[in-house]
Design a protein. Structure first.
Lengths: 237, 237
């Protein structure tokens, strides 16, 4: 089993190898929100990169989650907070979803063999699934407009540590070592460590910092979303 | 004064702002070697991204340094070791230079206002020059084939620490924080820390690990190479 971490979706072409399993990660907040929506019974999530496409779905009657620059788009039913996607609102439904970075990362990683969605929310279920799949696993951090961010990098480190503890792991990537090192510094006081990050400031500016503790909590759900290439939808195993 | 760090040249489009000063960094070994060549009296260095172009210069009588995948190219006069560029060989001469990553990073950053070459070799001279220039400084790490590497990231952290100690610095970039954190872990035993890195292994495979201690030594030279856009040459201030 091999693990690599790609710190920006724009770098994935340089990390891509045949038969990769990619884990798309956007901790604040898209991937945490996708996990929450599935835990509350959504039957599928249709990720779209483009606002116009999301609006077309809305006109056709789909419930739509849409966020740009940390804010809910006016036309949408939901923003990008995991707390928006309650059981009453999402159970049994297919949700259309577009966010600043998360859906862009899904778009840019689609060429891989298997695409999974990762967050602290589902980290143990994810590790179990990756050990089952084996081969080469690449964590693709969504970042911010293709820039590197702290929280997704930290997840990469946390995930590497998790796999290390459970499985022999070939560690030949500088990016994995960087993420692991960062995780060792941050893990005992993660929320506080992240208060100094770029995106935490954006959450504060948009009165969304209340989402942060939930987004950093491990194993609130026991599921792994994957991208169904034929139907272009996220589903769960 | 603002500092940012771009961990791969392929990400520079997402970090670029008007009037940037870019510091291209390739610790193992292109930028260290450029500094050494100037310290030994080279009058200019002509960076070319392409092997064929370097061969053309060779036919026209220029001394040529050329490396691909850590090895000296057969047709070239020099490889990518700083020890190749002795005073006897380079004094008063214009040298053509092409390497796997360093010249690619120069190529990808050319759109900036001022382009400087940075290494541990010239870190203090570089900090002094950047304080003089002011504005926004972006360290562009050359990496390895656009992948992130440890040693260039560590230089970013060292440089951030240096500027912090000498100047009020606006710190709003997650990438700078990541590099600083890594530097704090590594700085007391830098060579040992890097023995675990991807490129150190490549140096060993090519019997070039003897260059590593020199590449990590601070302030062996007191000069700052810059890119002269009109003449497409590196010169020194």
């Amino acid at each position: 089993m091999i693990l690599d971490i790609c710190l920006s979706p724009a770098l994935y072409p340089f990390y891509k190898k045949e038969n990769d399993t990619v884990i798309v990660v956007d901790i604040f907040r898209a991937c945490t929100t996708i996990c929450a929506a599935f835990a509350n019974g959504a039957s599928a999530i249709i990720p779209v990169a483009d606002i116009e496409e999301a609006k077309q779905y809305k006109l056709r009657g789909y419930p739509v989650g849409a966020e740009r620059n940390t804010r809910k788009c006016d036309f949408a039913d939901f923003g990008n907070s995991p707390f928006d996607y309650t059981q009453e609102k999402v159970k049994g439904k297919e949700i259309v979803f577009t966010t600043t970075n998360g859906t862009n990362a899904i778009e840019q990683s689609r060429g891989c063999k298997t695409l999974l969605i990762g967050a602290f929310s589902n980290i143990d279920a994810l590790a179990k699934k990756c050990i089952e799949i084996g081969g080469r696993i690449v964590v693709v951090c969504a970042g911010w407009n293709n820039r590197i961010n702290m929280e997704d990098t930290l997840f990469g480190g946390a995930f590497a540590e998790k796999l290390f503890n459970e499985n022999p792991l070939k560690l030949d990537s500088d990016a994995v070592k960087i993420a692991l090192e960062l995780w060792q510094s941050a893990k005992h006081n993660l929320l506080n460590y992240l208060k100094d990050s770029e995106h935490y400031q954006r959450l504060i500016d948009n009165k969304a910092e209340g989402d942060a503790p939930f987004c950093l909590q491990q194993n609130t759900v026991n599921l792994v979303p994957y991208y169904d290439k034929v139907n272009k939808k996220l589903k769960i195993y």
